[in-house]
Design a protein around this ligand. Structure first.
Ligand code: PMP
Length: 409
């Protein structure tokens, strides 16, 4: 009987969104939202998505049939090329298996479910997924749901507001051999702090020594630097080093296809004579997992993305749209930093322009976050993370002054 079901807490992020919607103050600012907003604080349908949508709707053969279990083949293949590069040796060797998923969340889930079911490391201790501390909050729930322990490696240094590289490396070094390490491919959520290329090289070196299993979560390709290949650099470095690895790829942010749930999961086998056979077997099991959980993925978002990814002209238009989004975010970082400089706000704020991607970890504490909300109608997550996309030319000064005020209190 339902009496035994305890009340669950509200999802913090969705709770924040609801509180923002209820607030009737005209000055309110939403910095919690994990979605791009234009300079008028409005959702932005990418012009390239609109163009693809128009083309799609003109297609007389369009129907609403089921996709195959693994999703739209053209989409999957284009997704491989996007993340691994057109000339990827792994693709040429046919050692990549890809399934379309329910956006990035579904891809993280499918990879975690696969680990839970089939990963068989030498020591039971290694059958766990290591996440950065902090990480995207949903990682913990997704991994726990498939009955795997979540372990953590240090990531963010409160002192420098940058990467705690030594802490991270030490934790990865001391993890049981063959542990699964979840890594954010770029634009780390929530901190906006990424390892440098040199640091990635060192991370790969330790992971190779410890025979760890990399699981990349890539939710912001093209969104961080504005260049698709730059943002996939870390993944490709690991692939080139011959790792067997998994990738969760989301098209929510970079296509603005949030609610359409377009994403892809990739398993890349290490180069070997058995690699093709391996991916065939892995793929057959992934298909069973997928069938039992979602039967087959949703079509609309994947059709839009596939159309853009497979057409040179639309693809360049997409790159332009990505630069519009990443460019506006970078300009908001600069604007916020210069307003804080002008106000001579106590503290160091260089991290605002040093961090990349959609989010910034401001370093504000929970109390300050609470004051920003009560006094200034500014909404952000309790950990002090702000979504740069919520800032625009009309509210950045207001926010800088509000921040200045709570810091001085
Ligand atoms: N991973 C990370 C790190 C994210 O920030 C997000 C988006 N918030 C996702 C995965 C997945 O998002 P979605 O399911 O909307 O693609």
């Amino acid at each position: 009987n339902a009496d035994v079901v305890p009340q669950a807490p509200e999802d913090p992020l969705f709770g924040l969104m609801a509180a923002y919607r209820k607030d009737t103050d005209s000055k309110k600012v939403d910095l919690g939202i994990g979605a791009y907003r234009d300079d008028n604080a409005k959702p932005w349908v990418l012009p390239v998505v609109k163009a693809a949508d128009d083309l799609l709707r003109k297609d007389p053969d369009l129907n609403h049939e089921y996709l195959p279990i693994g999703g739209l083949a053209d989409f999957n293949f284009a997704s491989q090329k996007l993340i691994l590069g057109k000339d990827s040796a792994a693709i040429q060797d046919k050692r990549v298996i890809s399934l379309q998923t329910i956006s990035g969340t579904g891809a993280v889930h499918l990879g975690s479910a696969f680990i839970s079911r089939f990963y068989n490391p030498q020591s039971a201790e290694a059958k766990a997924i290591y996440c950065s501390s902090p990480t995207w909050a949903n990682h913990n729930q997704i991994i726990t749901n498939v009955h795997l322990p979540v372990k953590t490696y240090p990531y963010f240094s409160k002192e420098t507001k940058g990467l705690d590289f030594d802490g991270m490396i030490k934790a990865i070094e001391s993890a049981a051999e063959g542990s699964v390490i979840l890594l954010h491919a770029c634009a780390h959520n929530p901190t906006g702090v990424d390892p440098t290329r040199d640091q990635w090289t060192k991370i790969a070196h330790v992971m190779r020594q410890k025979r760890h299993f990399p699981f990349f979560d890539c939710a912001y390709q093209g969104f961080a630097s504005g260049s698709l290949s730059t943002d996939a650099w870390a993944i490709n470095y690991f692939v080139d080093q011959g790792f067997e690895l998994m990738i969760a790829q989301s098209y929510a942010k970079n296509f603005g296809l949030y609610g359409e749930r377009a994403g892809c999961f990739h398993f890349v086998a290490a180069p070997s004579a058995n690699a093709q056979d391996e991916v065939a077997r892995v793929g057959s099991q992934l298909a069973i997992l997928q069938r039992s959980e979602i039967s087959n993925p949703p079509a609309y978002g994947a059709r839009i993305a596939s159309m853009v990814l497979n057409d040179d002209k639309l693809f360049s238009q997409w790159e332009e749209d990505l630069r519009t989004m990443s460019g506006r975010i970078i300009s908001m970082r600069k604007a916020l930093k210069s307003k804080l400089d002008e106000l001579e706000t106590p503290g160091k704020w260089d991290h605002i322009t040093e961090q990349i991607g959609m989010f910034s970890f401001t370093g504000l504490n929970e109390q300050q976050v609470g004051k920003l909300r009560e006094k200034f109608h500014v909404y952000m997550t309790k950990n002090g993370r702000i979504s740069m996309a919520g800032l625009n030319t009309k509210n950045v000064e207001y926010f800088a002054k509000a921040l200045d005020s709570v810091v001085r209190e």
